[in-house]
Design a protein around this ligand. Structure first.
Ligand code: ASP
Length: 437
């Protein structure tokens, strides 16, 4: 029988009404046999995610403050769900253990993972599925890094015993049994690991939007949806600022070739977006798949006569950057110039010292610093086969009077990255969108 793995984000499980929608989705297909829940998310804008309350709880414990009120708020959220679903489930024994552990200074990882743990128990009870504690199947090594192979082995062993199960997202365990977590949003990764282990035909990622949009709807109102996107395109768009899935999500399913389907719990009939390993190099939006971007970059431009004939120049420059723990996003160059495009957050207070080191060690003729840059990536695997894409893009920007400060296109031709002044960012995204869509 076909196996579908379904991961539900926090907004899909924020209260009893949302749980009921999830129940209907799961029961509408026999194939949805493995379910990965996040902790309950916000019910409305003024609300707080359970995970954030747990982080607060841990802070209070750390500072020797009372955490009872915060824990009570968490417990009552779960109780409301249990009552709303009329479940015959007593969470008290679990809460007592958690409270005791908190009182004896449980680790941050343990405390914040309880959000998914408790939600998993409730969801398993509601669906009448087996509950599998993620600590038994998601393995991290002693350095806290996911042990992908061991996880796969353990998951295969465990899950083969249960045809239907709920596995909470976000956490697992270290070799000594202590709880370890992924970074925020990490339930997406748990879902991908489960999908790989059970050889799922599809990994459904249920959230509160009907898939990906070609660009940010806060910039282009009514931005159209993306029906199909490849893993690589998604990676480029996420890197450029589009936030959809945890960025590590695709790796477990990539090799196995399992497609990810982003779906909306509040609009289950919408087919959402399919993320696939291969798609025909034809895209509806005139050769492009999506546009994403980020602000807050600085460009450091270095000029030196005969730079290209000075062997080791770039290596020395990269060593200086490495010594400052700075990683440039792009390094466009010409015969006698090289520019470093760096995220502002990487520069912190290091800029003056960095410039001094470059001046001292590389003796350039000129160094100029240009703050307030934004980068925009226009992504599409169809680009490589369609002449005129860049002409269209640059004409659109020129028509709006936008000055392009930097251009970068990899030879794979999957994206074109342009650097513009921060003030031009939104206007540039709009211009590109309307030129293609
Ligand atoms: N609950 C965790 C968070 O808020 C993990 C997740 O939702 O994926 O980041």
């Amino acid at each position: 029988m076909e196996v579908v793995v379904a991961k539900f984000g926090g907004s899909s499980l924020a209260n009893a009404a949302q749980f009921k929608k999830v129940h209907n989705i799961i029961l509408s297909s026999e194939n949805r046999r493995y379910v990965i829940p996040s902790a309950p998310g916000k019910q409305n804008n003024g609300d707080t995610k359970i995970t954030d309350l747990l982080y607060l709880c841990h802070k209070q414990i750390e500072h020797g403050l009372k955490f009872d009120d915060t824990l009570d708020a968490i417990v009552s959220r779960y109780q409301e769900i249990i009552d709303g679903l009329k479940l015959d489930l007593d969470l008290k024994p679990h809460i007592e253990i958690i409270k005791k552990d908190m009182e004896s200074n449980a680790s941050l990882e343990y405390v914040v993972s309880r959000g998914e743990y408790l939600n998993g128990i409730i969801l398993a009870n509601f669906l009448d599925y087996e509950f599998i504690d993620a600590k038994d199947v998601v393995c991290f090594n002693e350095n806290g890094i996911l042990d992908s192979e061991l996880t796969n082995k353990k998951m295969k062993e465990h899950l083969s015993k249960y045809p239907k199960a709920v596995i909470p997202g976000f956490y697992g365990s270290l070799p000594n049994g202590d709880i370890q977590i992924f970074s925020r949003g990490g339930s997406d990764i748990t879902g991908a690991l489960v999908a790989r282990a059970v050889n799922a035909s599809i990994y459904e990622n249920w959230t509160d939007v009907s898939g990906l949009l070609i660009t940010d709807p806060s910039i282009v109102k009514d931005a159209k949806p993306i029906e199909t996107i490849t893993y690589r395109e998604l990676r480029e768009l996420s890197y450029a600022g589009a936030t959809v899935l945890h960025e590590e999500t695709i790796f477990p399913v990539l090799d196995a070739g399992i497609p990810i389907n982003i779906r909306n719990t509040n609009e289950p009939d919408n087919p959402g977006t399919m993320i696939v390993s291969y798609a025909e190099p034809v895209t509806p939006a005139g050769g492009i798949t999506g546009i994403a971007g980020r602000k807050d970059f600085t460009v450091i431009s270095i000029e030196k006569n005969r730079m290209k004939s000075e062997v080791g120049f770039v290596r020395k420059l990269l060593t200086i950057l490495e010594n400052h723990n700075i990683y440039p996003e792009h390094m466009p160059s010409s015969i006698d110039t090289i520019s470093l495009v760096v995220m502002d957050c990487q520069l912190d207070n290091k800029l003056d010292k960095l410039i001094k080191d470059i001046e001292h060690q590389l003796k350039p003729d000129l160094i100029e610093v240009f703050p307030n840059m934004a980068l925009i990536a226009t992504v599409g695997h169809g680009m490589a086969y369609t002449p005129g894409i860049s002409a269209k893009l640059f004409t659109a920007l020129a028509k709006e009077g936008i000055n392009v400060r930097m251009i970068d296109q990899g030879s794979s031709e999957i994206n074109i990255i342009v650097g513009v002044e921060t003030d031009d960012f939104e206007k540039a995204v709009e211009a590109i969108y309307h030129a293609f869509v």
